[in-house]
Design a protein around this ligand. Structure first.
Ligand code: GLN
Length: 355
């Protein structure tokens, strides 16, 4: 009886701790799903130019004036980004671009960079390595949770939470930090089909204030999960998060996944076709953090968000979607980004699980 009571007490304490850690991100707004969209799914239709353009315009008009959510402020430089920026870009696998709004305005890529580092590691080391060394399961906890590591046997769980992303960064084959960073940066540039700019202000702001991520990297190192020095990997990870992207860039990067890993414009092959569904599977499981289930339920679509306000969503073989809008919901996902992408997927009848 005594053991049971002690166990019950321990479980209670653990749950309370988990609950408190769920809110360590200090991000704003409504839940469980801020994309409260009431539309009726249309059956799949041919994606004509006229149809795409009209749905795009509708989505922009419908959500343009929505002021829900709040910029991330735990990275100080993100708090002062213009929260009115709203750009949507759709790119087909053959490279046709449809866009509206502030499609050239840039924000920092933040967690969306995790997708490209994971893809690089998968390309270099294979999908088994990703599954066994880093993991491919959702944590059900905040993206920067430390306790999630302990709860999952000292493992990161997946490459899209901070722990797994820092781990992925550490496993990119490189002789030193400079080479690791250059490889990741070049890889993101190749997905975008151009040289992306670097946001010094965001980097300076975060690199001086990333103790939580440093702690994560040290714990993973203690568990034998890191491929390089933990603090070095954390610095490179912080750099990759500070790369600027517009909705146009995100649309192109998403379309590269929609096009089996080949950039639709440059035709450069960036990821083996066999690995594309693996990366998309993790995006579906954990791309929108602890809101990933609601997102998948609503859209059936692999997607990845970043606290800079970007969202990248992939409709395989059909469309790459990039949206930028800085105000976030409490999970750290762009409010208008989710709304616009979900609306477009629904209205075009392209939910991949409904084909
Ligand atoms: N650089 C951010 C961090 O490590 C990225 C988080 C995010 O976009 N969710 O906290």
């Amino acid at each position: 009886m005594k053991t049971v009571t002690t166990l019950a007490k321990k479980t209670l304490c653990l749950s309370a701790l988990c609950a408190s850690l769920l809110f360590t991100t200090n991000l704003q707004a409504k839940g469980p799903l801020s994309t409260d969209i009431k539309t009726k799914s249309l059956p799949t239709q041919t994606l004509t130019e006229a149809r795409i353009n009209s749905v795009l315009k509708e989505a922009y008009a419908k959500f343009k004036n929505n002021q829900e959510g709040k910029n991330a402020d735990y990275i100080k430089a993100l708090a002062i980004v213009d929260s009115k920026i709203f750009g949507i870009t759709l790119v087909t696998p053959d490279g046709k671009v449809y866009e509206i709004g502030d499609t050239k305005e840039v924000v920092s890529i933040q967690s969306i960079s995790k997708v490209f580092t994971a893809a690089k590691v998968m390309q270099e080391k294979g999908d088994k390595f990703m599954q066994e060394k880093i993991g491919v399961n959702a944590t059900g906890l905040a993206f920067n949770s430390i306790i999630a590591i302990e709860l999952h046997g000292g493992s990161a769980s997946n490459p899209f939470v901070n722990a797994g992303a820092i781990q992925s960064t550490s496993w990119v084959k490189a002789k030193d930090s400079k080479e690791r960073w250059t490889k990741i940066y070049d890889y993101m540039n190749d997905f975008a089909g151009k040289e992306l700019s670097f946001n010094e202000k965001v980097y300076d702001s975060e690199v001086n204030d990333n103790k939580n991520n440093q702690a994560i990297s040290k714990i993973l190192d203690a568990r034998g999960r890191m491929g390089s020095d933990p603090l070095e990997a954390t610095t490179v990870y912080t750099k990759q998060c500070s790369v600027n992207i517009s909705s146009h860039d995100l649309g192109m990067m998403a379309a590269t996944f929609a096009n089996d890993g080949v950039n639709p414009i440059t035709k450069k092959k960036l990821l083996d076709k066999k690995y594309v569904p693996k990366i998309l599977a993790v995006m579906a499981t954990a791309g929108l953090y602890d809101n990933a289930g609601d997102w998948l339920y609503l859209t059936g679509t692999p997607a990845k968000s970043g606290v800079g306000g970007g969202i990248l969503a992939v409709v395989p073989g059909k469309l790459g979607i990039g949206v930028v809008s800085p105000p976030l919901d409490k999970f750290g996902n762009s409010v208008r980004g989710q709304q616009a992408a979900a609306y477009i997927i629904d209205k075009l009848g392209i939910n991949p699980l409904a084909q």
